[in-house]
Ligand binder design. Structure first.
Ligand SMILES: *[C@@H]1O[C@H](CO)[C@@H](O)[C@H](O)[C@H]1NC(C)=O
Ligand SMILES: *[C@@H]1O[C@H](CO)[C@@H](O)[C@H](O)[C@H]1NC(C)=O
Ligand SMILES: *[C@@H]1O[C@H](CO)[C@@H](O)[C@H](O)[C@H]1NC(C)=O
Ligand SMILES: *[C@@H]1O[C@H](CO)[C@@H](O)[C@H](O)[C@H]1NC(C)=O
Ligand SMILES: *[C@@H]1O[C@H](CO)[C@@H](O)[C@H](O)[C@H]1NC(C)=O
Ligand SMILES: *[C@@H]1O[C@H](CO)[C@@H](O)[C@H](O)[C@H]1NC(C)=O
Ligand SMILES: *[C@@H]1O[C@H](CO)[C@@H](O)[C@H](O)[C@H]1NC(C)=O
Ligand SMILES: *[C@@H]1O[C@H](CO)[C@@H](O)[C@H](O)[C@H]1NC(C)=O
Ligand SMILES: *[C@@H]1O[C@H](CO)[C@@H](O)[C@H](O)[C@H]1NC(C)=O
Ligand SMILES: *[C@@H]1O[C@H](CO)[C@@H](O)[C@H](O)[C@H]1NC(C)=O
Ligand SMILES: *[C@@H]1O[C@H](CO)[C@@H](O)[C@H](O)[C@H]1NC(C)=O
Ligand SMILES: *[C@@H]1O[C@H](CO)[C@@H](O)[C@H](O)[C@H]1NC(C)=O
Length: 745
């Protein structure tokens, strides 16, 4: 709240000027048309009606179902026509008659700019729920969990191998119910619109003998000529990994080999990734924590352009559970290194050269698919909503739709050349050292090798992650585009001339917001920028509290004094090498998660040779692309750090953007270099609607979340699917304000 902030005299912020309160109103109807305008935020979001917040924070340019809930991205594939099948775990948010706990539903796209739901029920109504396969049969009585697709599998058809669930709950934190997860096969004869369950037993009925697992799910099918060579298999052999963990021992990725040409039998080889509980690869927290159970793991072979099965560097991505106190105990991790023949069993095992975090924010369960046309690997990460956990389920009904996917991300093998071969580069972290083309080693060993051979620099190797190139076309949908002039600023210049600067002080730290010449009027935009940070500030305690970046949304300067503000920023804090997204929104911590998101980012000291042949050294700048879409925010920095999060702004007018600096009082009169240079700053406001065929009336979208296409030869047991044989839903007004999901499971 403003009232808790003191303003320094000379830089009195315009925000304190009392304007007459605007006439603000809120609408509390239950059909998603009601958007609070300028009214003060409610004490408690649960006081709104079901679905009344449906449009409030809704994304426009992201994959999501029309309503209800999306979870893990899964069962992706690219068909013969090159069309991408993007899908995820879909479940119903509301009841009564709620019944689908978890199914798989999706949409088709060729360019990620426009998706078409797999089913839209044109004849019956305007339903757009996209469900391709649901639970309710012998192998999946309770739920369908993640799977992956062999494009030419069972009987030559595209084949989905997925986890069929027979008992719940399933959690790393609970005793494992034997038989709860089995790997099950289905195939499609209509290009993925419906998956047929052929009435055979699970293809992997349970964990290997003697494995006391924490989980056993998310089968990932892949071809791996490099594995085939190590294991004396034919290069076409398919492998399958199951994400798992051994209780009190540690997470495991369990490797299987195709044991029959129709993919109905798989042979267990051994773990391909094995770590002790709570492994922290980096002591500086650059690598997250492996926790005790893996989920949604993908095995990848990547080069500088994307996929390279034959020669690519070996990568594994995984969701890691239980090693983090925030973010639902989840870390989204990746590892790079080299698969070698195991000395103790029939498997290959990853020699870990680096471990990193794929998304430091809410982004989780990241799953990839190939683009065979361009040899790329594309990943989507899922972000759940992020309301205060005590009311999040209740607020879910107010919003009427939960979960969203990131824009597609290109994953690739990334090299950083000319990095000074010092102790910082030798640490364990999200980097390894390149020792040859597509060949890496542990950073410590690589630096030692460089020193021995008299090299003072090395090439670091890591996972590159950047917005898919298609996303550049978002910019064509902008209705307002501009560039800000390059801007150099330091603490002294702000303190001596603060015109145009809005300054607040909190606990000995000054926050200086320098509004852009222009700002967007909506929360749908891309911001691109480069920021240079003073070299002396890195890892320097004297700079504690010093940070620089951008304010991404801020309330109007003419807001009344009794008006709580929305204020969010992205900034880099060099003293502890942390990139942060702050989200001090007016709704406050009782309603939404306002904790900052944080990811560790090391800016390297890089050598280059100038025109005269002289060697010069400089610190890498921050190269930023940030995307806002409704409340959903994603930022990509230097292709190595990604953060997704939700910023639940309240006011329509909290759209101001600007340069942002934080500094402690101790730096005000100091001679330390605080100069920050902002350059190449551009903003594109406006994004495409990626589901152009869906109805635009929220009431129709909300109503659409029921129904299921019954695939042929798939007599799902009756009454499993809401809307099929079940009585219709009562009118929205008659729905209870909140439903305890546990009573309707
Ligand atoms: C509330 O929303 C309903 C449905 O869109 C609309 O008919 C009504 O006029 C709105 N009421 C107010 C006060 O805006
Ligand atoms: C809300 O939706 C229900 C069912 O579609 C409809 O009967 C009702 O009139 C709608 N209410 C408003 C305020 O639009
Ligand atoms: C908000 O309301 C819900 C019930 O709808 C209640 O459980 C919760 O404690 C309330 N929160 C606050 C901060 O009052
Ligand atoms: C919305 O309507 C419900 C039911 O009439 C009421 O209890 C609640 O206080 C209203 N909430 C707001 C924010 O006006
Ligand atoms: C498996 O783990 C459970 C829970 O920790 C324990 O009670 C049981 O003895 C373990 N079984 C084996 C075979 O280790
Ligand atoms: C792993 O870390 C979690 C979270 O910090 C902690 O609760 C748990 O006791 C740790 N387990 C082991 C075996 O160290
Ligand atoms: C040392 O530098 C040479 C020449 O640039 C390069 O070929 C070699 O790979 C480097 N060795 C190491 C260990 O970095
Ligand atoms: C651009 O479109 C957004 C809606 O997406 C709108 O809020 C904004 O006012 C528009 N900006 C301009 C400059 O027209
Ligand atoms: C970095 O420092 C800031 C300010 O002291 C602190 O809030 C944050 O937790 C630190 N981040 C990490 C990752 O240690
Ligand atoms: C969530 O809201 C409750 C009040 O309902 C509050 O006590 C708690 O501190 C909030 N959680 C966070 C993380 O702020
Ligand atoms: C900085 O120096 C000025 C002028 O000497 C003084 O007024 C001010 O209090 C000093 N600020 C701090 C934080 O030490
Ligand atoms: C439904 O599908 C048909 C046929 O593909 C298409 O013409 C129509 O636009 C779609 N409608 C919606 C609402 O997606």
């Amino acid at each position: 709240m403003h009232s808790t902030l003191a303003f320094t005299g000379a830089c009195l912020s315009a925000a304190l000027v009392v304007a007459s309160p605007l006439e603000y109103s809120s609408n509390n109807s239950s059909n998603g048309t009601a958007i609070p305008n300028f009214s003060l935020p409610p004490q408690n979001l649960t006081s709104y009606g079901n679905n009344s917040l449906f449009t409030q924070w809704r994304t426009k340019a992201r994959f999501r179902p029309s309503s209800n809930h999306i979870g893990d991205p899964t069962a992706f594939w690219q068909d013969d026509e090159g069309v991408f099948h993007v899908s995820g775990l879909y479940s119903y948010l509301r009841g009564p008659n709620i019944s689908i706990t978890s199914s798989i539903g999706g949409a088709l796209t060729s360019d990620f700019l426009s998706f078409v739901d797999v089913h839209n029920y044109t004849n019956a109504s305007l339903f757009t729920n996209g469900i391709e396969i649901g639970p309710g049969n012998k192998n999946d009585p309770l739920a369908v969990f993640d799977g992956s697709v062999i494009p030419k599998g069972y009987k030559g058809y595209p084949t989905l191998i997925y986890t069929g669930v027979s008992y719940l709950p399933i959690s790393w934190s609970k005793p494992y119910i034997k038989g709860s997860e089995a790997q099950v096969l289905a195939y499609t004869s209509d290009n993925g619109a419906t998956w047929i369950k052929p009435g055979i037993d699970p293809v992997i009925p349970g964990p290997p003998k003697g494995f006391n697992v924490t989980g056993f799910r998310d089968p990932w099918v892949f071809q791996a000529p490099q594995f085939a060579q190590l294991l004396n298999d034919t290069p076409e052999t398919w492998y399958l990994s199951v994400s798992s963990g051994i209780r009190q021992v540690g997470p495991r990725l369990l490797l299987y080999r195709q044991n029959s040409s129709d993919f109905t039998s798989w042979e267990f080889l051994g773990p391909s990734v094995s770590t002790p509980v709570n492994t922290t690869f980096s002591t500086g927290n650059f690598s997250g924590n492996d926790g005790s159970n893996y989920e949604t793991s993908n095995t990848l072979f990547l080069d500088e352009d994307g996929e390279n099965l034959e020669n690519g560097v070996n990568f594994v991505t995984m969701g890691a559970e239980s090693g983090r106190e925030t973010h639902s105990f989840h870390y989204s991790l990746w590892k790079m290194g080299k698969f070698v023949r195991s000395s103790v069993n029939e498997s290959v095992i990853l020699e870990d050269h680096a471990t990193g975090v794929l998304d430091w924010g809410l982004g989780y369960a990241c799953t990839t698919m190939p683009d065979h046309k361009t040899k790329r690997r594309l990943a989507f990460c899922w972000s759940n909503d992020d309301f205060n956990s005590t009311i999040s389920e209740q607020v879910g009904y107010r919003v009427g739709s939960g979960g969203v996917y990131s824009i597609p991300r290109e994953l690739y093998y990334k090299e950083i050349q000319g990095v000074v071969a010092d102790d910082l580069a030798a640490e364990n972290g999200y980097w390894s050292v390149a020792t040859g083309h597509l060949d890496t080693t542990l950073a410590k060993d690589g630096i030692e090798m460089a020193r021995v051979s008299g090299n003072d620099t090395v090439t670091l190797a890591t996972l590159g992650c950047k917005p898919a190139r298609e996303i550049l076309a978002f910019r064509k949908h902008a209705n307002h585009t501009w560039a800000e002039s390059d801007f150099k600023v330091d603490v002294k210049s702000i303190m001596s001339n603060c015109s145009g600067v809005e300054i607040t002080e909190k606990e000995g730290v000054t926050h200086a917001f320098i509004p852009f010449k222009q700002s967007p009027q909506s929360r749908r935009w891309e911001l691109q920028a480069t920021v240079d940070i003073p070299k002396s500030s890195l890892r320097n305690e004297e700079y504690e509290g010093f940070a620089a970046g951008f304010t991404i949304l801020h309330s109007s300067a003419s807001a009344p004094a009794n008006y709580s503000v929305d204020d969010a920023a992205m900034l880099y804090r060099p003293s502890n090498e942390t990139f942060m997204v702050t989200r001090d929104v007016a709704l406050g911590a009782d309603n939404v998660n306002t904790d900052p998101e944080m990811g560790k980012l090391r800016l390297w000291n890089v050598s280059s040779t100038d025109a005269s042949g002289k060697q010069t050294y400089s610190i890498q700048p921050l190269s930023i692309r940030a995307f806002m879409d409704g409340s959903f925010f994603e930022v990509y920095v230097n292709d190595v750090l990604t953060i997704s999060t939700h910023i639940y702004y309240w006011y329509k007018d909290s759209t101001r953007m600007g340069f942002y600096l934080q500094f402690p009082d101790t730096l005000q009169n100091s001679t330390l270099d605080t100069g920050v240079k902002f350059s190449n700053v551009s903003v594109w406001e406006g994004v495409p609607n990626v589901f152009p065929k869906r109805p635009t009336n929220p009431a129709e979208l909300i109503d659409n979340g029921v129904g299921f296409v019954q695939p042929p030869n798939n007599p799902n047991v009756p009454l499993t699917y809401d809307g099929v044989g079940a009585p219709p839903l009562p009118p929205a007004e008659n729905l209870p304000y909140g439903i305890d999901l546990s009573t309707v499971e």
